[in-house]
Design a protein around this ligand. Structure first.
Ligand code: PRP
Length: 189
């Protein structure tokens, strides 16, 4: 098994500065976060709705939900706030809504990263306005130096410095999303 795993970890390319968080560390943290969520929602009476924010959350969501023992269902939402650049504009647009109604349900928004906070701030306010029973958030990564609006983060994987990161769902021009680790990107000048 060890051999299979080491073969499956792709090496750093020239565009990547270093591995910031390795695959095993991510998996261990996901298990801890899932355990917290299992404890907090142990008494839930109907399934928790996990809403993954496309696209970046899809790998974190897939790993997290498979460690959950509380009843849950999966849904997705797509938003855009970056336009064509790498800076959030703060102008969040809803591109695709959830399939099911969130009214009267407990909702956990699943995100890969909190940067400025505009996306999660928009989603939390939007979901609360729909008559949900509760809205909580989980992010695998957060960059405290970049926050522009305060967001109540319930379950945080890792706090990271203000560097461009890729892997484990995060992309740079749609590349590197499927790396099993988080790497720091070397941004070309
Ligand atoms: C990224 C990330 C979050 C958002 C966080 O999404 O996945 O959704 O930005 O940034 P914020 O805190 O500044 O709002 P992106 O727009 O890159 O789309 P993607 O997930 O499809 O890659």
């Amino acid at each position: 098994m060890d051999n299979i795993r080491s073969i499956a970890i792709p090496p750093l390319t020239a565009d990547l500065e270093r591995v910031l968080i390795d695959a095993d560390t991510i998996q261990r943290r996901v298990i801890e976060l899932a355990a917290q969520i299992n404890r907090d929602y142990a008494d839930i009476e109907e399934p928790l709705i996990l809403v993954g924010v496309l696209k970046g959350s899809f790998i974190y969501l897939a790993d997290l939900c498979r460690k959950l023992t509380v009843p849950h269902v999966i849904d997705f939402i797509a938003v855009s706030s970056y336009g064509s650049g790498s800076e959030s504009t703060g102008n969040v647009r809803l591109l695709m809504d959830t399939r099911r109604s969130l009214e009267n349900h407990h909702v956990l928004i699943v995100e890969d990263i909190l940067d400025t906070g505009y996306t999660l701030d928009y989603l939390v306010r939007n979901f609360k306005a729909r008559g949900t029973k509760s809205v909580n958030t989980t992010v695998l990564l957060e960059k405290p130096d970049r926050h522009k609006v305060p967001v109540d983060l319930r379950y945080v994987g890792f706090t990271i410095p203000d560097v461009w990161v890729v892997g484990y769902g995060l992309d740079y021009g749609e590349q590197y999303r499927t790396l099993p680790y988080i790497a720091e990107m070397r941004i070309p000048n």
